[in-house]
Design a protein around this ligand. Structure first.
Ligand SMILES: [Zn+2]
Length: 141
């Protein structure tokens, strides 16, 4: 579990509460992206490891890309990006791109069709783009 700055603390605490009580958890507070990436590289050989990343949006997505590059599986990585800085949410309904500072799982209005979009997985390899679905319509996954 890598916390990149103070903004990730609450996400790390939430994860800690969700993990099995017998799970071996290492909660690391990295000073910067370089330290976080070094920690990720040191961890990659461990058995049944999962990576939890919490911190500023751009940083955690960058570290996630690094983790994938050194051998982590996408399914083994969970991220919680804090809303520091704007990103783009791509509307799944009208394809409009709207700037927002909402976090993953939060809701913001679409600049195109006005739907209330819940921010889901990021699209493409860009760290600053999320996919938004109508928050009022159930969506699988
Ligand atoms: Zn839209």
């Amino acid at each position: 579990m890598v916390q990149l700055d103070s903004s990730g603390a609450s996400d790390c605490e939430r994860w800690l509460g969700e993990l099995p009580s017998n799970a071996l958890v290492e909660w690391v507070r990295a000073r910067d992206v370089a330290e976080a990436e070094r920690l990720v590289e040191e961890t990659v050989g461990a058995v049944e490891r999962r990576l939890l990343l919490a911190g500023p949006t751009e940083a955690v997505h960058g570290i996630r890309d690094r983790a994938l590059a050194v051998g982590f599986a996408a399914d083994d990585i969970t991220i919680a990006a804090s809303g520091t800085g704007l990103h783009v949410v791509h509307c799944a309904h009208c394809s409009a791109d709207t700037e927002s500072n909402a976090r993953l799982g939060e809701i913001s209005p679409c600049g195109g069709c006005g739907r209330r979009l819940v921010h889901r997985v990021h699209v493409s390899r860009r760290p600053d783009r999320f996919l938004g679905y109508d928050a009022d319509v159930p969506h699988p996954g």
